[in-house]
Design a protein around this ligand. Sequence first.
Ligand code: UDX
Length: 463
Amino acid sequence: AGARDRGDGRAPRGHVVLFPLPFQGHLSPMLQLARALHARGLAATVLHTAYNAPDAPAHPELAFVAVPSADAIARALAAAPRDGIAKIMALNAAIEASGCARDALASLMSGPERPACLVIDAALPGAQKAAAELGLPTIVLHTGSAAAFRLFRSYAMLREKGYLPAKESELNRPVEEMPPLRVSDLFDPSKYFNEEMANKILALSTETTTNSSGTVVNTFEALETPELRSVRDELGATIPVFAIGPLHKLTSNGDRSSLLDQDRSCIEWLDTKEPGSVLYVSFGSVVMVSQDEFKEVAWGLANSGRPFLWVVRPGLVIGVSGKSELPEGFVEAVEGRCKVVDWAPQTEVLAHHAVGGFWTHNGWNSTLESIYEGVPMLSRPIFGDQLVTARYVQETWQIGFRVEGKLERGKIEEAIRRLMEGEEGAEVKQRADELKKKILICLKNGGSTQQAIDKLVDHMLSL
Ligand code: UDX
């Protein structure tokens, strides 16, 4: 299938351009959406800079266009502080200063296939402004949950009602307007090291939605029914909300968006383990832990007596730039029971019959991938939407438990046993299996996700 035909030689029904945010948790769902749109007969062109540039040959059905000044923008991004919000701000500033999105879009618009719209990540107002100048409508992709989407649009209310700034004595206070959230689940800009920047990121992702012609959320109707209802009520008919998830399962040809090399040797290792026996441990692409926490995690895993597969990404431990050394005596203690990799083929790992639990930071992609495979979770959220998702995992869907408080080996060991053994563990597993059935219904022909993508394509072509 070429980027310019429908895979069967027929002309595309239309053309869309997509501009992802160049971070793993944002890039993957955008490329998955692009592929799903292509599978519905659209030609899809992905704009990018040279920073975390997508692997074009891995997606032969898509066209990739490096924006003008792609290298200079990548350098500006690399020079920005390690912090994700700072990098997003730097990217938007560079897009606006260079005019690169406007130039790339103008050239596509004067080409033979005028695009119907631009799909942007919610945090890319720079690209949206460029499209608006050219009269090109935008659709916003929310790569997090509908619950997080709703929450991030509610900051004025949260401040007005006194939930924020959060008071130490009220961390347990329920947010009555948004059950099951509590004050401790709210991302509090006043606690962030750069409050002004935190407020800006909240404002801009709200603004991109408000200025859009529609939004896509990577979720499914049965998972977040009240949350979707409430964002739809707020946005009204002019900004339709399409629940199109889980995006990683919309096209069947595997995970091809990883920015790091996935170590496949762990699949062979899993093949040697009993069904449901292994705990998979990964904190995604951005979360970092302190040296002390790393040590406690290592010994908690070791002492649990369980087989485990642990992703120790280079850069995971604060203050260690490359690979982290495992604590002394650890390798001997877990002989034959543990596999450590830099980066795993995660969706395949979660689909493996040997995996019985997932200790996760509850990044939204990891959470959806786990829900899809019916794998119950241990949650250790660190920031932003992860706190919201962990609350839903434990209280709304009841498919996992949260590891609370300071990370300490005894507590970790206990949490692992709670998830992987005994009655409570069996109950969360049963609910995870039930939720999996619901996701499969949404993905079937005629299911809510399939209907939503048809409607999205019609909507895009009508703009
Ligand atoms: C970030 C934020 O942290 C998260 O809260 C937000 O919802 C999305 O952006 P990240 O921390 O990377 O994302 O987590 P997540 O959303 O879970 O995405 C990680 C992706 O990397 C997943 O698709 C996962 O399959 C993949 N992955 C992870 C691998 O391919 N191999 C690994 O070893 C670990």
